[in-house]
Every structure is written in structure tokens, then in C-alpha cells.
Design a binder for this molecule. Structure first.
Ligand code: F6R
Length: 632
């Protein structure tokens, strides 16, 4: 145990892939040890986005490192109910797609709760599932993911520590989170069969995996009270359980968030800023009102000893915050401001905004986007992906009706276009929930989003030629599951960067992106910039990269290096810019767990940043957009 705050051992890795390797090795060791003793290895397995890379690594170990699954008996945690085994969304399909079809496990050793069992016999069925686990001697190693609400398996908050395998009702938040696999929340089953908490706790060893945006619930499960309201916290009662998580998912643990509480640390300016801001917010005091007493009472006595006096520390942090605020995102021309976040020289600048989806530019940095253009900079936007999967079938049908009507109205007689339109409409009318769109439908959906993006650029004041649709190939799978970045993605991005030679690049710095698209888009820009720098291209020396956060969260106030204030009128102007993306208004297929519309999320987030600055004793603005600089 690292410190007394953590009540479950936690292993932190820099990336989900490295964490998955660690877990894969644990599993491989267990399988090999049992095989050497001539015994079966009983694994409890999970589904969901979290263990996909783990299964990929296990398949690799099977194919290239001689890991055999011949002695493995598996029991899966759960299955939707009712759901046919063959549905793409079933956990039966998931397990075969990601693991079982690629390894030598014996089909008779695979156990996955049956989503097709008649409901009147389901109790008996669940008892039999438990009995089967007992009959093979219990689970040796149980793999778990964790829901945002703390569920393990489908044991939602409130599940008893004594619960066994049973039929349960899914929490609404779980149905929303999993709607991505069913295109629409109404199609997500309401029930599921799940192993109980007691079933899970009986496993001899447990490994729980979590990546990215799970930080708040990980902190509650590891450091909070044991409570049935956070089912994963019940794992504190197990004597051989480990959490394998990445840095993002660890970011709310005390040792990461407030490391000064867990031992001696080096008081760099960034660490000082973090500690002081955290304390000021906790005490509800402006920075300049903090006293020596406050520092001592809040675990920051060391800092006062080192720096001498609260007054000095307060000023240092206050000036850092003050200097991050600017109405001049492209730098203030002809002004010598030493602490300004951007350079005043090179005016006007060429700016390139990378927008992972066609609306991230306006949602996440719309105020800054408009400001840059209004200040006379040459602003370009690169829409990295088509965003086609986020357009509903109903929305496309409306456009198809329009196109058919348009042809009728003006007597346009093109057999080819007619047949594309009619076929597309028929396809959508008879499309099954699990069906992947045809290439034509995807193109039409992409076109709808392109038109919306171009309209937004015109609204901001840009001219044709200043927006660029990259249609990066990694995205074009037609499903929510994306490919990793490819060489073509990087080459297309390097070509665009070479063409524009920007002085400023803005991109979405989302390291914890639930669907993975923003993260891949960021990796592509970073890889391109690194390569261009290594190639020694001259313009790169003058190019600064600023990261904004995408639609899910904001930078922590302690990390922000440039904050662009907005007036109430600018907030409204940004809102109308977001409204242009009509295909993304109201209900979208991949909403995530936040039911609000994008403009609402953006406004709340920007107002919140402004409020935080005000609470810390700086000027109160209506809203603020925030950026962190990436040094490459
Ligand atoms: C899956 C399961 C669930 C998931 C959890 C996290 O078999 O039982 O508890 O582990 O919902 O899902 P992802 O990994 O998709 O975030």
C-alpha cells in the first residue's frame, strides 16, 4: 500500500496499453502455473471498452508466445437481458470477437450468462450458474471493469454485498453510457443477468482495470468508505485485489491530486500553484487573503517554511493566474508584456485549429476562434474526421426527402442520383439496429456534417479555402470502435501543416476520451509536429501548440496557461455558432452519460472557469475558454 489514503493496492501505468500488458502477464502467469501443475485455470472475465486491449495482448501471447488456453475455464460476469446471443451487442459476441475466436479455449469451457433464457426459469438458471462456478473449484482470477457509477459486473449502486448471480435492472446512467453500442438509448435492454458481489468477492484474486475518464469513481472506490452505494468500494474487503489503472484514471487519487498530503515533495512553481489554488478553493478564500495559519492548518506548513511567508507565496500564485488571462489569444501587437501567454511579435499570425469532429472548434474554443479572426489573424480550421456516425438515420432521411423533392420540383432527370437517393432511403427504412451503414449512407452523413462545419466557418467570417476536411481514414470504420492512427493519417496532417505553416496550432488535448477519437486525433497532430520538427523545417521553430479540451471536461484550473475571457454577447454569439450544427442538436446517437446539449455543456463549463477565477480573487468575467501549451 502506497499510503494510508488508498485502501486497495493500485498500480498506475502511463498508458492503457501498458496497464493491459501488466494484467495480461498476470493472467498468463496464472494460466501457465496451473497448466504446469496439471490443473485448470478458472478465469472470471469482463466485457466493455476497458478490457479490449487486454484481450488483444492475450491473443498476441497465444499467437506469438505459446500461451495456451487449453486448461482455461471461463465465466463471464454478465449479459444483457433479453438479448439474442448473435446480436453484435451481446457479450457472447463480444467475447468471441475479442478473445475466444482467436485462442484455443475449449468451447465447452466457456460460460457466459444466457440472455435468451426464459424469464420464468431465470432464477433456477442463475443458481445453476453459481453452482457451475463452485463445481470447478471457484474462480482463480477475476477481471473487472468499473462503471462511472461504481458498478462492478452489472451490480449497480445499492447492490448487496451478499448478492449472487441474478437478474437486475440496469441503472439509467449505465444504459446511457452503453447506448453507444445500440445507436439509441431506447434500444438498450433494461435488464441484465450478472454475477453478484458475493460471487465476485469469492474469487481468489481480483484485478480491476480502468482508463481515462474514470478518475472520480476510482478515487471513491479506493479511498472512500466501504459502501454499497459504490459497489467497487466493497472490493476493499478482499485480501488479494489490485486496481490496474492509467495516469488519467489515477488523477483524483490523493497521491496525485494533492501529493503534499502524502509525503515530501519538491515545491516547483507549478506544484505551488496547484497546492495554493486547491487550498483557496477549499477554504472559499481569494488567494491574496490566505494566511500563514491557513497554510499550516491545511498541510502546507512545509511550503511556508521553504518560502518564508504566506504573503510571498500568495503573490506568486496570484500573478501566475493574472498573467494567464488575456483577450489577445494571438498575442497583443506592439505590446511588451513579459508574462503574456502568447508572443506579441509576428502579426498577423497564421492559426490552424484542429477540430476532431466537425463541431469541436466552435463548441470548445468558439470564443477564441472568433477573437482570432476578428483580430485579423489568418485562421484555418482542419476538420479531422467526418463525424458521420453521429448523424441519426431520421436526420439523413429528412435530407434525402429534400433531395428527392428538389429533383421532382425542378424536373432534374439524373437516373444515377435518383437511384442513389431512393436506395439510400429504402435502406434506412429497413435498417436493423445492429447494422453498419453502407458507404453511400456514411458519405451522405459526412456531407451533412461538412455543410454544417462550413456554415459555422462562414458565420465566424472565414472564406472558402480556410476550412479543410481531412476525412482521416482511422475514423472510417462505420462503428463506434475506431482503428488506431495510420501512416496515412500522419502524412495527410503533415501535408496540411506544411501547406499552412502556422504560427499557432490549436488542438483538442483530450487524453481521456470515452470514444477514443479525440485521443487518436491528438496523437496524429503530436506525431506530425514531432516529425516536422525532427525534419528541421524552419517554420516549426515559430509554431506554438495550444491544447483545448473537447466536449467532456475542462482543464483543471491549476493547469490553465491561457484563459480567454468572453463577454455575455460573445457567449451568445458562440451559442448561435453551435446551433448551426443542427444534426447534433436534441438527440444524438452517441450522447455519452451527459444528457445536456453541447451548447449547454460548453456554456456551463466556460462560466464555471470564469467563476473559479473570480473566487480566487481575480476579475469576474461572464465566461472563459482555457488552454494549456504543449511543448514538443
Ligand atoms: C462488463 C461489466 C461492466 C463494465 C463497466 C465498464 O462485463 O460488467 O461492469 O466493466 O460498465 O464498462 P467500460 O469498460 O465500457 O467502460
Amino acid at each position: 500500500m502506497v499510503n494510508s489514503y488508498e485502501k486497495i493496492p493500485v498500480e498506475i501505468f502511463d498508458t492503457p496499453s501498458n496497464g493491459s500488458w501488466y494484467a495480461a502477464k498476470m493472467i498468463a502467469d496464472a494460466i501457465r502455473q496451473k497448466a504446469a501443475a496439471g490443473q485448470a485455470c478458472v478465469l472470471g472475465l469482463a466485457t466493455g471498452s476497458t478490457p479490449i486491449t487486454l484481450y488483444k495482448h492475450l491473443v498476441h501471447m497465444h499467437k506469438h508466445e505459446g500461451l495456451s488456453f487449453a486448461n482455461v475455464i471461463s465465466f463471464n460476469l454478465d449479459e444483457y437481458y433479453p438479448l439474442e446471443r448473435d446480436a453484435v451487442q451481446s457479450y457472447w459476441s463480444f467475447m468471441h470477437r475479442h478473445l475466444f475466436d482467436h485462442v484455443d479455449i475449449k468451447p465447452e469451457n466457456i460460460h457466459i450468462p444466457n440472455g435468451e433464457w426464459p424469464q420464468k426459469e431465470i432464477k433456477q438458471y442463475c443458481l445453476a450458474y453459481e453452482a457451475e462456478i463452485e463445481a470447478v473449484g471457484g474462480i482463480d482470477l477475476q477481471v473487472l471493469g468499473i462503471g462511472n457509477n461504481g458498478h462492478i459486473g452489472f451490480n449497480e449502486p445499492g447492490s448487496s454485498i451478499y448478492s449472487k448471480t441474478r437478474l437486475v435492472t440496469l441503472d439509467n446512467s449505465t444504459r446511457i453510457a452503453n447506448a453507444k453500442d445500440f445507436q439509441n438509448i431506447s434500444r438498450v435492454p433494461r435488464l441484465a443477468v450478472t454475477m453478484g458481489i458475493s460471487t465476485i468477492l469469492k474469487a481468489r484474486k481480483i484485478v480491476l482495470l480502468a482508463w481515462g475518464f474514470k478518475a472520480p469513481i476510482i478515487a471513491r472506490a479506493v479511498e472512500g468508505h466501504v459502501t454499497e452505494q459504490v459497489p467497487a468500494s466493497l472490493l476493499q474487503q478482499h485480501n488479494d485485489c489490485v486496481f490496474v489503472i492509467d495516469e488519467q484514471a489515477a488523477s483524483d487519487l490523493t497521491r496525485i491530486r494533492t501529493p503534499w498530503m502524502t509525503g515530501e515533495i519538491e515545491w516547483t512553481p507549478a506544484m505551488t500553484k496547484r497546492a495554493v489554488i486547491n487550498m483557496a478553493l477549499k477554504l472559499g478564500k481569494p488567494i491574496l487573503s490566505l494566511t500563514n495559519h491557513d497554510y499550516n492548518e491545511n498541510g502546507l506548513g512545509d511550503l511556508v517554511v521553504e518560502k518564508g511567508d504566506a504573503y510571498e507565496i500568495n503573490l506568486l500564485v496570484f500573478y501566475m493566474l493574472r498573467d494567464s488571462i488575456t483577450g489577445w489569444p494571438g498575442g497583443k501587437p506592439d505590446a511588451v508584456i513579459p508574462g503574456h501567454p502568447e508572443r506579441s511579435e509576428i502579426q498577423p499570425k497564421r492559426c490552424l485549429i484542429f477540430s476532431p469532429h466537425p463541431d469541436d472548434d466552435i463548441i470548445s474554443m468558439g470564443g477564441t476562434f472568433m477573437r482570432l479572426h476578428d483580430h485579423g489573424h489568418e485562421v484555418h480550421v482542419a476538420y479531422q474526421t467526418s463525424g458521420n456516425i453521429a448523424v441519426t438515420d431520421e436526420f439523413v432521411t429528412r435530407f434525402l426527402d429534400f433531395a428527392v423533392g428538389f429533383e421532382d420540383m425542378f424536373g432534374i432527370d439524373s437516373e444515377k442520383s435518383r437511384s442513389i437517393l431512393l436506395e439510400a432511403r429504402d435502406y434506412l427504412a429497413s435498417k436493423k439496429p445492429s447494422q453498419v451503414d453502407t458507404n453511400e449512407i456514411r458519405q451522405i452523413k459526412g456531407l451533412i456534417r461538412r455543410c454544417e462545419a462550413a456554415a459555422t466557418c462562414r458565420y465566424v467570417g472565414l472564406k472558402e479555402g480556410q476550412w479543410h476536411f481531412q476525412n482521416l481514414p482511422f475514423y472510417e470504420t462505420g462503428t463506434v470502435q475506431k482503428n488506431p492512427m495510420t501512416e496515412t493519417d500522419v502524412e495527410l496532417t503533415m501535408d496540411l501543416l506544411r501547406k499552412i505553416k502556422p504560427h499557432q496550432v490549436f488542438c483538442a488535448g483530450d487524453l481521456a476520451d470515452p470514444h477514443g477519437t479525440h485521443k487518436v486525433c491528438l496523437d496524429i497532430v503530436m506525431e506530425s509536429m514531432r516529425r516536422l520538427k525532427t525534419a528541421g523545417e524552419d517554420w516549426v521553430k515559430n509554431c506554438w501548440v495550444w491544447l483545448y479540451k473537447g466536449a467532456w471536461q475542462e482543464w483543471d484550473i491549476t493547469e490553465i496557461e491561457m484563459a480567454i475571457p468572453m463577454s455575455p454577447d460573445q457567449v451568445m454569439k458562440k451559442r448561435y455558432g453551435i446551433f448551426i450544427h443542427q444534426s447534433q442538436k436534441d438527440m444524438v446517437p452517441f450522447q455519452g452519460s451527459d444528457a445536456r446539449e453541447f451548447w449547454q455543456r460548453a456554456e456551463e463549463r466556460n462560466a464555471n472557469t470564469a467563476d473559479l477565477y473570480a473566487k480566487l480573487g481575480l476579475t469576474q468575467y461572464a465566461a472563459m475558454e482555457a488552454f494549456v501549451r504543449w511543448h514538443y
